[in-house]
Design a protein around this ligand. Sequence first.
Ligand code: UT7
Length: 331
Amino acid sequence: MIQPCGVRLAGTGSAVPDTTLTNNDLARILDTSDDWIAQRTGIRERRVSAGAPDPVFNLSCLAGQRALDMAGVKGSDIDLVILGTVSGEMLCPSTACRVAAALGATPAGAFDIAAACSGFVYSVNVADSIIRAGRAKRVLAIGCDAISSVVDYTDRTVSILFGDAAGAVVLERCDDPAKGCRYQTMSADGANWQHLYMPYRPDIVPECDRANPIRLGNLRMNGREVYKFAVNRFREVIEDAFQKTGLSVDDVSQVICHQSNARIIESAIEKLNLPREKVLVNIDRYGNTSAGSVGLCLDELNRAGKTPDGQPFIMVAFGGGLTWASCVWDK
Ligand code: UT7
């Protein structure tokens, strides 16, 4: 019999590379400008791994260790490591296996979740469910991407948008059933995968992209289509979270959004009348960090005391797959 329990957010951590790539740096190698990028995306600069070895592994280890430190636990106290990523250095083994070993968590279970920008929210949702099912006591959930390592820097649509980052949380079983994930969704529409994809074989390149110069292993994006999808889905996902939980924006401390494009976040703020102080926008400093973004925001807010105990917060994300996800967390 499963004993009812709650899930406590015991610690958060994040990590970004040291190297900053500004819009002006990009304008020196591409037909673009600081003004164009800032106006269309809200981005001023992003952090990139700049050829550093093993970026997803290293950023995940750093963020994971910081979350363990805040939680006051060791790697050996962790039962399971879940890592949301689509840019890990190898498909096999999963990056999570190497991260677990490096943090001293062996023989904890470990696996990656490939849900692109939704990877962190998917990972937290799965971690919460596994703990509630009684299968693990303490889980390290991480979202990390180093998209700069899979970007074609001659493609100005993709390269201006992305940066590298990792965000992590330690989640642990607790006796208070009111703590943890009160509501969650994980959704996908695989029929529209070709709007955001990373081909490893020429035969998988969709018809619409065959005439274009494709670099295998690099991210391809139909920006306009993803933009339309994101604007609509973003609003729906937040509305759904409020509706299904009966919460209003006054009840939550923060609506933590995937940092896809400042215009997409701005449109949600306006349509849903969200107070600006409850929606962190840090895309100007970090760009779109894919699976890293929501965990990076959560850590920044948590360390600033902006996700107080006793008040729920919402996390929402969407991206390649196409995927989207939400999580209403009672802290
Ligand atoms: O994280 C989840 C996944 N990703 C997203 O959520 C991204 C969603 N999409 C976007 O953020 C936007 O579509 C982009 C920022 C990628 C592009 O912005 P846009 O306003 O959709 O631009 P566009 O693709 O419609 O292009 C408008 C114009 C075009 O020129 P013409 O055809 O009007 O003459 C492009 O060639 O801007 C041109 N353009 C650029 N100009 C300067 C496209 N990229 C650039 C650039 N610099 N980097």
